[in-house]
Design a protein around this ligand. Structure first.
Ligand code: PLP
Length: 389
């Protein structure tokens, strides 16, 4: 057999920081604020709807584009919340989570010779999916502002565009920084996409989870963007069901057909009995999501205050599950070094932001903590982190 077995273009992706940190957390019985999944269930009636579908015969392959009632619920949600209309028949595709949607989109729309702009720090699946597609990534950094917010610098995006640029991946609300792109940032991005004829691939999985005055605007809603944007979202983060892996794509008939061509030979379909439950949740449980949003905002405040008391310089978080904290005030220079020590030293696990970048030196001072956990779990982590000082 050829050694190593893994093809060169995927070798950088053979292990993930989450597996490493979770293993360390388990070994040292640490409070795990590394991985971003909630520790409570979603709306009870949504779970009941899944149970009903499971016992009601919905156990064979759903239709290729996804079940009709889910595609209709997605269309209604996009229209009512954002004023963007999609035809459930041809402009919406249900996927195995946002992750498959992103991979299938890149595989369908980009290939060797194409460049894809990725904004760092990035969600880890983006770079792997660009590599699977055979395309090349061009990475631009968010700018860390004196106000603690990570901003989008449109000039650095413009500078990364070349004649080979085919697409740009945009994640807002943004994991790991918690930035929610402003209307002005998105407007500028939209203009660049139109000017350079780029496809935008938007990861909107935290679309409902914005705090304070921050508001989520889909890039597809800006002039000239609807038919060049592949809008991707998912039920996992909105309804506390990250294990269900029900995601979706909304775009023009041409782009959806292209994504479907790739998707049908990756999973074909998935999550049959969960699809009607997500349709129910999108139709009926947005009030529940509003309560979740409020509770996450309080958890953001709780963890941010605790981290500050423990000696970290805490950055601003406008949405998502995450807060970033600068480790330098505690006397450390490399957050990754600290992240590897933390589980044993104080019994907490977190993730270094630099692993989500192509420029680790510029991002080495930051740790990402997840606050989508019970208050008692956050309090225990904070108490333990005080031992660092
Ligand atoms: C969690 C997450 C995803 C994955 O979504 P799934 O629906 O579970 O595949 C994608 N993008 C970001 C930014 C995430 O945080």
């Amino acid at each position: 057999m050829r050694e190593p077995a893994l093809v060169p273009r995927l070798q950088p992706f053979s292990s993930t920081i989450f597996a490493e940190m979770t293993a360390l957390a388990v070994r040292h019985e640490a409070v795990n604020l590394g991985q971003g999944f909630p520790d409570t269930d979603g709306p009870e009636k949504m779970l009941k709807a899944a149970q009903k579908a499971l016992f009601g015969g919905a156990n064979q392959y759903p239709p290729g584009p996804g079940r009709q009632e889910l595609r209709e619920a997605i269309a209604k949600h996009r229209a009512e919340r954002y004023g963007i209309e999609y035809d459930p028949n041809g402009e919406i595709l249900v996927t195995a989570g946002a992750t498959e949607a992103i991979a299938a989109t890149l595989i369908a729309l980009t290939e060797t010779g194409d460049e894809v702009i990725v904004i760092e720090p990035y969600y880890d699946s983006y770079t792997a999916a660009v590599a699977m597609a055979g395309a090349t990534r061009r990475v631009v950094s968010l700018a860390e502002g004196a106000d603690g917010r990570f901003a989008l610098d449109l000039e650095t995006v413009r500078a990364a565009i070349t004649p080979a640029t085919r697409a740009i991946l945009v994640n807002s609300p943004h994991n790991p920084t918690g930035t929610v792109f402003t209307r002005a940032e998105l407007e500028g991005l939209a203009k660049l996409c139109v000017e350079h004829d780029l496809i935008a691939i938007t990861d909107e999985v935290y679309e409902h989870l914005t705090f304070d005055e921050a508001e989520h605007f889909p890039l597809a809603g800006f002039p000239g963007m609807r038919d060049r944007t592949v809008s991707i979202s998912s039920a996992g983060k909105s309804f506390n069901c990250t294990g269900w892996k029900i995601g979706w794509v909304c775009s023009s008939p041409e782009l959806v057909a292209a994504v479907k061509a790739a998707k049908q030979f990756i999973t074909f379909v998935s999550g049959g009995p969960l699809q009607p439950a997500v349709a129910y949740a999108l139709d009926e449980e947005l009030d529940w999501v509003e309560i979740l949003r409020g509770s996450l905002m309080a958890k953001r405040d709780r963890l941010s205050a605790g981290l500050a008391e423990a000696g970290f310089a805490v950055r601003k978080t406008e949405g998502t599950y995450f807060v970033c904290a600068d480790v330098r005030p505690l006397g450390f220079t490399d957050a990754a070094e600290l992240a590897y020590q933390l589980p044993e030293r104080v019994g907490v696990a977190a993730v270094p932001v630099k692993v989500f970048t192509d420029h680790p030196d510029e991002w080495k001072h930051l740790l990402r903590f997840a606050f989508c956990k019970e208050d008692s779990v956050l309090d225990e982590a904070i108490e333990r982190l005080h031992k660092l000082g």
